[in-house]
Design a binder for this molecule. Structure first.
Ligand SMILES: [Zn+2]
Ligand SMILES: [Zn+2]
Length: 305
């Protein structure tokens, strides 16, 4: 594909040759996305079900898995048919998680394609690096892991290679990295994130993506914005992040508040966790752009409205 790099469910599309394309205008960007998206999906079977319906199925299956796991804990073992049933349910949950990611990609794309005037594009440069943090989290099926074919997600090194974070510190990482060490399926596959002229095509009217990184960092490090983050995030406790799923159960992770957060550091208060009983899958949310992206995806509104 000439133009489309990947779809970030809930956020938009990562596009190539962004600078040139942005100069041609958003309408032509949307048309290019339409063409590439048609190519990307031409080999797939018809339109998938709404993601909400698939999430409902994932939760129903998880209930059955939970019942069998309770039985296993209570009795110390399962009979053969229960054991097979449990394995089959776990397989089904993973298939549904895959179908769900596909449906979310379609829903995100159709939001951009529907109305040309409702789209906007931000070129990726050092000045707009916060849009990469905005984009961290969702599993991206269009970026299959080179080792195991699982979807990857955009990630950032813990420490910058130089004095400050640059595009070179971001990379695609396999979502199966989070499967516990020593368990089959764990994968450390990565792909570099190319640093040549990339951008994000997204819904218009997202103020966090219209300002540059210095401006964003300045605003979000001050008290009024931190108050807004705390208020909006605490209202969202228990909300599902439907674009970040547990790699073991397929369930959307749920927003939680830390019990042992550093007092006064709002960016250390929140994390995502799998709601399956006994599952230890968590994801950090430690960056203002990540929190703004989470809130925008969950509520339609970020922190700078
Ligand atoms: Zn992998
Ligand atoms: Zn889980």
């Amino acid at each position: 594909m000439k133009f489309l790099d990947s779809i970030l469910p809930g956020s938009g599309a990562i596009i190539k040759t962004a600078v040139r394309a942005v100069q041609r205008g958003v309408a032509s960007l949307v048309q290019s996305l339409r063409d590439d998206w048609a190519k990307a999906t031409s080999s797939q079977r018809g339109t998938s079900r709404p993601s909400e319906e698939i999430r409902h199925d994932i939760e129903e299956i998880d209930g059955e898995i939970t019942d069998l796991e309770k039985k296993l804990r209570r009795d110390g073992q399962l009979n053969r048919s229960n054991k097979e049933e449990l394995e089959e349910l776990r397989r089904q949950a993973m298939d549904l998680a895959e179908e769900h990611q596909q449906a979310r990609s379609e829903e995100t794309t159709s939001e951009i394609l529907q109305e040309k005037t409702e789209a906007s594009a931000t070129s990726l440069s050092q000045d707009y690096l916060h849009i990469l943090d905005w984009s961290r989290g969702p599993a991206v099926r269009m970026k299959p892991c080179p080792k195991c074919r699982a979807p990857m997600h955009l990630n950032r090194r813990n420490q910058p290679q130089n004095a400050i974070f640059t595009i070179k510190d971001y990379f695609w990482a396999c979502t199966n990295f989070y499967i516990p060490e020593g368990t089959p399926g764990r994968c450390k596959g990565t792909l570099p994130f190319s640093d040549q002229d990339f951008g994000l095509l997204h819904k218009a009217g997202i103020p966090e993506l219209e300002i540059n990184r210095d401006h964003f960092t300045l605003i979000t490090s001050q008290k009024p914005a931190l108050k807004v983050i705390e208020r909006r995030m605490s209202q969202a406790i228990g909300a599902q992040d439907i674009d970040v799923n547990c790699p073991i159960h397929g369930l959307p992770l749920v927003l939680q508040e830390k019990q042992t957060a550093e007092e006064g550091n709002v960016l250390d208060y929140y994390y995502l966790r799998c709601p399956h009983i006994g599952c230890g899958q968590t994801r950090k949310l430690k960056d203002a752009a990540q929190l703004a992206s989470f809130l925008t995806r969950i509520t339609g509104e970020g922190i700078l409205s």
